[in-house]
Design a protein around this ligand. Structure first.
Ligand code: NAD
Length: 317
């Protein structure tokens, strides 16, 4: 019998799939310092970001065949050591793409109509004055959306951008084109297929009204002085990828000068204490790194983990 320790929990939908397949799922959290004494009982360890799967834990897990991370980043797992021991390591990159894409579009809508600002100012503000000051909102149909990083989330954002009627441009050095399928739920048999060819970064910087980033974080900012200079005046930038993709000091400078018309940020250089100048800026819409965190995404993560574990063991249980 396969014993699974879901030390940071698992969504009931994922747990149900595993139990229906006759796996034993233990969700009683074992504190980090005692994990080393207990891990030897389990064939599978499921974690999110809280549990640290160190070399010592892996060594003590003499029965471990699978380590599964609910979510994307695997910084909390000693990947090389796990693999050197022949342990299969999974994460769930598919499960949260839609959630991040919807938050991205949420920030774009908020900035276009100043919804973020209205929420901040209306409780203590004068209704008539505020009505006047928010009159200059813009509409999204016909605007050009530049997507930098055209992987899972970037393509999901494209799907939503087409739905809104935006001109979608994408840039990705490793993807030349992608087919974006759009299913119209009201008409089950009706779906559209839009082929997007990627463009140079220069074209995106020059032509996009809104630029959104969906690439892995690197050590140095992708967007610095010369890139900002090459953008349209009043461009809106969205970052739901990793803090530091856009140089934050330059971002603040650009927002203050008006070169950058607005920014939607879910990620920051110094989480959990982002710069006050960003949090308080009237043209910045912020969320506390919740891109992947929706009720549905938690369920998809649980089910994606369960599917991978069940496929790994097959009939061999
Ligand atoms: P993905 O691997 O599917 O796509 C990333 C794409 O970026 C790839 O197609 C890759 O070719 C491209 N890329 C690499 N270097 C590039 C560059 N210099 N310029 C342009 N494109 C480049 O990844 P994904 O699942 O779409 O995730 C994208 C980002 O979103 C990651 O940074 C991830 O950490 C982040 N993310 C954030 C949240 C959140 O909570 N806000 C949740 C999940 C993922």
């Amino acid at each position: 019998m396969i014993k699974i320790l879901a030390n940071d929990g698992i969504h009931p939908d994922g747990r149900l799939l595993l139990e229906e397949a006759n796996y034993v799922v233990d969700e009683n959290k074992i504190p980090q310092e005692h994990l080393i004494d207990k891990i030897g009982e389990y064939d599978v360890l499921i974690v999110r970001s809280a549990t640290k799967v160190t070399k010592e834990i892996i060594e003590a897990g003499t029965k471990l065949k699978v380590i599964a991370r609910g979510g994307v980043g695997m910084d909390n797992i000693d990947l090389d050591f796990a693999r050197s021991k022949g342990i299969q390591v999974y994460n769930t990159p598919m499960a949260s793409s839609r959630a991040v894409a919807e938050l991205t579009i949420g920030h774009i809508f908020a900035l276009a109509r100043k919804i973020h600002l209205s929420n901040r100012e209306m409780p203590a503000g004068d209704f008539r004055k505020l009505k006047k000051s928010y009159e200059t909102g813009t509409q999204l149909r016909g605007k050009t959306l530049g997507i930098v990083g055209f992987g899972r989330i970037g393509q999901e954002v494209a799907r939503l951008g087409f739905g809104v009627g935006m001109n979608v441009l994408a840039h990705d050095p490793f993807v030349t084109d992608a087919s974006i399928g759009i299913r119209l739920n009201m008409f089950e048999d009706l779906s559209l297929e839009v082929k997007v060819r990627t463009e140079s970064i220069e074209r995106i910087l020059r032509d996009a009204d809104i630029i959104t980033f969906h690439l892995p974080g690197g050590n140095s900012p992708l967007i610095g002085k010369s890139e900002i200079a090459a953008m349209k005046n009043g461009v809106v930038l969205i970052n739901t990828a990793r803090g530091g993709v856009i140089d934050e000091e330059l971002l603040i400078e650009g927002l203050n000068s008006g070169k950058i018309g607005g920014a939607g940020l879910d990620v920051f250089e110094n989480e959990p204490t982002p710069k006050e100048a960003l949090l308080n800026h009237p043209n910045v819409s912020v969320t506390p790194h919740i891109g992947a965190s929706t009720v549905e995404a938690q369920s998809y993560i649980g089910m994606e983990l369960a599917d991978k574990i069940i496929a790994f063991f097959g009939d061999d249980k």
